[in-house]
Design a protein around this ligand. Structure first.
Ligand SMILES: Nc1ncnc2c1ncn2[C@@H]1O[C@H](COP(=O)(O)OP(=O)(O)OP(=O)(O)O)[C@@H](O)[C@H]1O
Ligand SMILES: [Mg+2]
Length: 260
């Protein structure tokens, strides 16, 4: 039997404190998770529980207090091209054309090679025809797609997405969820995405990580085992939705007099 592949990301006993107003505040507490190559992890939890901090630690943008974070077999010491990040706001540079935004971090010494790589990302997120547009000329959904293309441009093994769809209207959001799923399927990139939207978390994930309020601890990791769970309104979808909801809300049946 082939030896099981090593996880692409190993987080062991991770703790993080921040110094806020002279006090050490515990933000993340004893986070433990191994993530396999090709998984799609979504993270849900209250505002302020440390989700963005966790992504930044994985990306090497924020250091951690203690524990271990091992990406691709090596302890994380700083940012690297094997891990891309898409921030909540798209952070496109307004003075650069879309293709230059997407190819910003890529080596330009071989111009032809640079153009080809950028064009591949543009096709992937279906922005063909807008290569020379400026960010102000794109809709919100298109800007988010450009930001995703930029995150994928260096062909990272892991893409971290911090509420990438938070600013979109409900219809565009559902459309973008399908796009993200398609990209994940086509490229096989390991995805770790923070979202406040429980439907979205279930629709996209192979596993949903539910976090407690600050200090953020992992309360449950819910494995989505059945592709019917991706059909909104199906019994499986509702089953998983209730499982996540139960962590946040009591049974909220409200008696209403409908004969008013
Ligand atoms: N650089 C920093 N210095 C000090 N405290 C910080 C810093 N970054 C974040 N924090 C604190 O850490 C806590 C967690 O912040 P974080 O941004 O990770 O939360 P979050 O779960 O992403 O919240 P939200 O859902 O609102 O985006 C907050 O209390 C915040 O004030
Ligand atoms: Mg956040």
């Amino acid at each position: 039997m082939a030896a099981e592949e090593k996880p692409i990301l190993e987080i062991k006993h991770l703790n993080k404190t921040f110094n806020i107003d002279g006090k050490q505040v515990e933000i993340l507490k004893n986070i433990n998770i191994d993530i396999k190559r090709g998984e799609f992890i979504t993270i849900v939890g209250h505002s302020g529980c440390g989700k963005s901090t966790l992504l930044k630690i994985i990306a090497g943008l924020v250091n951690y207090s203690d524990g271990e974070v091992i990406r691709n077999g090596r302890p994380v010491k700083g940012p690297d091209t094997d891990c891309g990040m898409v921030f909540q706001e798209h952070r496109l540079l307004p003075w650069l054309k879309i293709k230059d935004n997407i190819g910003f971090g890529l080596d330009r010494r071989n111009r032809k090679n640079w153009e080809e790589r950028v064009q591949r990302q543009i096709e992937l997120v279906r922005l063909g025809g807008f290569e020379n547009a400026y960010p102000s000329q794109l809709s919100g959904g298109m800007s988010q797609r450009a930001a995703i293309a930029r995150g994928l441009a260096a062909d990272p093994d892991i893409l971290l997405l911090d509420e990438p769809l938070g600013a979109l209207d409900a219809l565009t959001r559902v459309q973008m969820q399908k796009e993200i799923l398609r990209i994940w399927h086509d490229k096989g990139t390991t995805m770790i995405m923070v979202t406040h939207d429980i439907d979205e978390a279930i629709f996209l994930a192979t596993r949903v990580v539910v976090m407690s309020a600050r200090p953020g601890e992992i309360k449950e990791i819910i494995e989505i085992r059945n592709s019917n769970a991706r059909i909104r309104g199906s019994a499986d979808f509702t089953y998983y939705k209730n499982k996540v909801y139960n962590h946040f809300f009591e049974d909220e049946k409200v008696d209403i007099d409908y004969n008013i």
